[in-house]
Design a protein around this ligand. Structure first.
Ligand code: PBE
Length: 267
């Protein structure tokens, strides 16, 4: 029966995302920390989501690495498995980081990046829009800006516009970071910057920022998600603090599954 098929005993794997992501790092620590007898499979955000979709259509058991903000929580009935050891982190913040020297060399951009701050609901709105309406992230970001002009104006307040300067932001191909990076890129363009967005893996982004090859990034989930990279590079980069608070990562299952905790998974 469907009920039996949702038993934790039927689960053999955790469907993960890109190798080298913060998520995979902490998911592996979770497998080790709880002594789980499960294979952590690598995939991509899109691959994980299509496996999730297929499992839900067939009401089959599945465990994925997932996080909030994410439109998947709106599209599907999902739950975070309780994580008493907090190896997947508890409440996470997404930090903005810039290269050393940016404040002196590109003050207005630095100021804007420092001022940028929004809420979980905002990020969900932008990422949900480019997902659901099949519009480009840039268009979804522009629409959010239009609807939140007062807040965007507050980020830009008393920043001197520039002319013809270039700024380069690194980001990873995750919907969360695609949303924030596109919003910030458009506001930097309003300030007069030519904005270059460079999509890379998370490790490359940290490395490029530390060597000064890119100017900034909005991708680091802390204190837990990106901690390994942050520890490695923190002395060579400038952490401007959270641009969003109250994010969360975890092991996530469909509501119809009869387990509630990571401790219910096979060991
Ligand atoms: N994520 C999405 C990323 C950040 C955003 C949670 C998969 C990670 O830290 O791996």
């Amino acid at each position: 029966s469907a009920e039996e098929s949702n038993d934790a005993a039927d689960i053999e794997e955790i469907v993960g995302i890109e190798p080298g992501s913060g998520t995979m790092d902490i998911a592996q620590k979770t497998v080790d920390g709880y002594n789980l007898d499960l294979e952590l499979t690598t995939s991509s955000e899109a691959g994980m989501l299509s496996e999730l979709k297929r499992a839900i259509e067939n009401e089959e058991p599945i465990v994925v690495t997932l996080w909030q903000p994410h439109w998947a929580f709106k599209d599907y009935d999902l739950k975070f498995l309780e994580d008493p050891k907090e190896t997947m982190g508890a409440s996470e913040n997404i930090h903005t980081m810039v290269r050393k020297g940016l404040e002196d060399e590109k003050g207005p951009a630095y100021q804007l990046l420092d001022n940028f701050h929004w809420e979980v609901a905002d990020m969900n709105e932008v990422m949900g829009k480019f997902r659901a309406d099949d519009v480009e992230p840039r268009e979804a970001a522009a629409e959010w800006i239009e609807n939140n002009r007062d807040r965007v104006d507050a980020w830009m307040e008393s920043i001197e516009p520039v002319e013809g300067e270039t700024i380069e932001l690194a980001y990873v191909n995750w919907d969360t970071e695609t949303a924030s990076t596109n919003v910030v890129a458009l506001v930097l363009e309003e300030l007069g910057y030519n904005v270059k967005l460079t999509m890379v893996d998370m490790g490359i982004a940290f490395e490029a920022l530390s060597s000064g090859d890119v100017d900034g990034m909005l991708i680091a989930w802390l204190p837990v998600g990106a901690a390994s990279y942050y520890e490695e590079y923190k002395d060579e980069i400038v952490d401007l603090g959270p641009n969003l608070e109250g994010a969360q990562q975890g092991l996530v299952v469909p509501e119809y599954m009869d387990i509630d905790s990571i401790e219910d998974l096979p060991t």
